[in-house]
Design a protein around this ligand. Structure first.
Ligand code: TYM
Length: 332
């Protein structure tokens, strides 16, 4: 089993990233060979402040290590230090079809009304993501639900390339999407995803939030006046309540049904403080480690350089095989 996943370096880690993806990344370190990377080349597809990018890249490395990614066991690196990602992306741009990219919902959301003014990079973003995955013969990709469409595109690109050139150049990867935490929603609106780009900081829990801030955000989180129901059916049509139960379940490593069995009949006046306590218990040690690591940029750069060296070695054979299959004259 070879595991790979990435995270953009556009801001800080939030609870959606942690429960939807990173928690699984940490667990999978016991199950296979893991590569985790900072998607800095993806971050520049939208407006980019160079100083912020540099800082975010290092801080995201610190956040991942603080969350439990062990740079001695996993290969932790940033895309910009492994040129094979961008090189393979070009080859795959020639395999991916415009019609396939036109169906990508994330591009439509991110480009919004100003589609003509969006960067070409934002449009071909999913092709670079396919290159990230396929360059390492990845078998499993742990991600949140919002990445499912990009993973399907990755599989389509790999299948077409293998078929066109009549060789098994790429392994066809499987998405690994958890059951309860695959889509953590905003604390202010249970119908939209918790995200870095939401202008309201009250909509998300950040890794950098302290215990008081977490308690305040949970206290102010949108809910409804009903008590918690006995069964999952009772959460239908109550997106905010469902989201808080899912967050509780993911943190406690229980199913949502088990959480309801414990809290059925209780109102949010009782449930919210229990949830805030659980959040603080989980996040406080991660935040403390993050604060200890974030300022040592020399140590972080060192981890990333070592990770990138290993990643380059693993990537090269696939890149060579792809050049060869296409008939490109190249050095090996
Ligand atoms: P990114 O940086 O938006 O998010 C990183 C991971 O966090 C997950 N996630 C969520 N999960 C549950 N609920 C949420 N509210 C939530 N918000 C974010 C995402 O699904 C993701 O797993 N395109 C990717 C980065 C990427 C990548 C890759 C991932 C680039 N190349 C190759 C996998 C493989 C992205 O923007 O993730």
């Amino acid at each position: 089993m070879r595991v790979l996943s990435g995270i953009q370096t556009t801001g800080n880690l939030h609870l959606g990233n942690y429960l939807g993806a990173i928690k699984n990344w940490v667990k999978m370190q016991d199950e296979g060979e893991c590569l985790y990377f900072l998607a800095d080349l993806h971050a520049i597809t939208v407006h980019n402040d160079p100083a912020a990018l540099r800082q975010n890249t290092r801080e995201m490395a610190a956040a991942l290590i603080a969350a439990g990614i062990d740079p001695d066991r996993s290969i932790l690196f940033n895309q910009a230090q492994v040129p094979a990602h961008a090189e393979l992306a070009w080859l795959l741009n020639c395999t991916a079809r415009i019609g396939w990219l036109n169906r990508m919902t994330q591009f439509k959301e991110k480009s919004g009304k100003n589609r003509e003014g969006a960067s070409v990079g934002l449009y071909v973003y999913p092709v670079l993501q396919a290159a990230d995955i396929l360059i390492y013969q990845t078998t499993h990709v742990p991600v949140g639900e919002d990445q499912r469409q990009h993973l399907e595109l990755t599989r389509d690109i790999a299948i077409k390339f293998n078929t066109d050139f009549e060789r098994e150049i790429f392994t066809i990867p499987e998405p690994y999407i958890g059951a309860t935490a695959a889509r953590i929603m905003s604390l202010r609106d249970g119908t939209s995803k918790m995200s870095k780009s939401d202008p309201s900081d009250m909509s998300r829990i950040n890794l950098t939030d302290d215990a008081d801030m977490i308690a305040q955000k949970i206290r102010k989180a949108k809910t409804d006046p009903e008590p918690l129901p006995e069964s999952l059916d009772g959460l239908e049509g109550r997106p905010e309540a469902k989201n808080l139960v899912n967050i509780f379940a993911a943190l406690a490593e229980k199913t949502p049904a088990e959480v309801l069995a414990e809290y059925a009949g209780q109102g949010f006046g009782q449930f919210k403080p229990a949830l805030a306590d659980l959040l603080v218990e989980t996040l406080a040690p991660i935040t403390a480690r993050f604060n200890a690591l974030r300022s040592d940029s020399t140590a972080l750069d060192d981890h990333l350089a070592k990770g990138a060296e290993k990643a380059r070695t693993l990537a090269q054979p696939t890149l060579d095989a792809a050049y060869e299959a296409l008939g490109l004259v190249h050095r090996t």
